[in-house]
Design a protein around this ligand. Structure first.
Ligand code: DC
Length: 231
């Protein structure tokens, strides 16, 4: 079903780790009173479930089965800064935010069968009045008909600094130079994989957030959405 048939609009926010996608998407969803899809969380959950069930990261068939049957629940507190996420009944909201979980996510996300298994689950987040979809392939694969597609970027150094600050604020371990290396590796894996690589959709608006405040980026995207509606 298309976005129009659902009577729900969608704004896609794609970009690399640390580009500000998560924060900006959440703020936009609150501002518009729309739903929010954190698609990266789904890949992080598949990675965690694979570890919990001792499934090897090169066992594509087992990973796809796991993704198709993932027992996950997103808390209904959509206004909160962080959604509570449960995997097989256990709260894993913080666990999936570690750098290790991000790397595991990036590895399982390179498996096309895993992406296929998560396709419908992501589409199901589209409900009236609208959806802010945060990820890597929201505008290219999951919601290609979106009327507004944003691609956020920022320099590697700035993204590493942001991740460092975020992790410290959460009381998690962080090392800036290790983060720089990990982000560079994750970028390379996400961009160079054959399955839905991280690329801007042809009709996406790119915004470099390196020197912009969060509020400025939110205002820019919100303004663009208002202009589209008025057109
Ligand atoms: O946005 P994030 O850091 O939570 O994403 C974790 C990993 O999941 C990221 O390195 C690549 C993958 N991912 C993806 O391939 N497609 C998405 N739509 C979202 C995330």
């Amino acid at each position: 079903m298309s976005e129009q048939e659902h009577n729900a609009d969608v704004i896609t926010i794609d970009g690399p780790s640390g580009s500000g996608k998560g924060t900006i998407s959440r703020l936009l969803a609150n501002k518009l009173h729309w739903h929010f899809l954190d698609s990266g969380a789904l890949y992080r959950l598949v990675g965690l479930a694979a570890r919990n069930h001792a499934i090897a990261f090169d066992d594509e068939e087992a990973l796809a089965t796991l993704a198709a049957h993932l027992d996950v629940e997103f808390g209904a507190d959509e206004d909160a800064d962080e959604t509570h996420i449960f995997l097989e009944g256990e709260e894993v909201s913080s666990v999936i935010r570690s750098e290790e979980a991000g790397n595991d996510a990036s590895r399982v996300a390179a498996v096309q069968a895993v992406r296929d298994a998560l396709y419908q689950r992501q589409r199901a987040f589209l409900r009236p009045p609208g959806l802010i979809a945060d990820g890597r392939d929201m505008g290219t694969v999951i919601f290609p008909d979106a009327r507004l597609k944003i691609f956020l970027t920022a320099s590697l150094e700035e993204r590493a600094r942001r991740r460092y600050k975020q992790l410290k604020e959460k009381g998690l371990n962080a090392n800036l130079s290790a983060l720089l290396d990990e982000l560079a590796q994750r970028d390379a894996r996400d961009k160079n994989r054959s399955a839905a690589p991280l690329v801007p959709a042809a009709d996406a608006v790119s915004i470099d957030t390196s020197d912009l405040s969060i509020d400025a980026v939110v205002a820019e995207v919100y303004g663009r959405w208002q202009r589209i509606q008025q057109a």
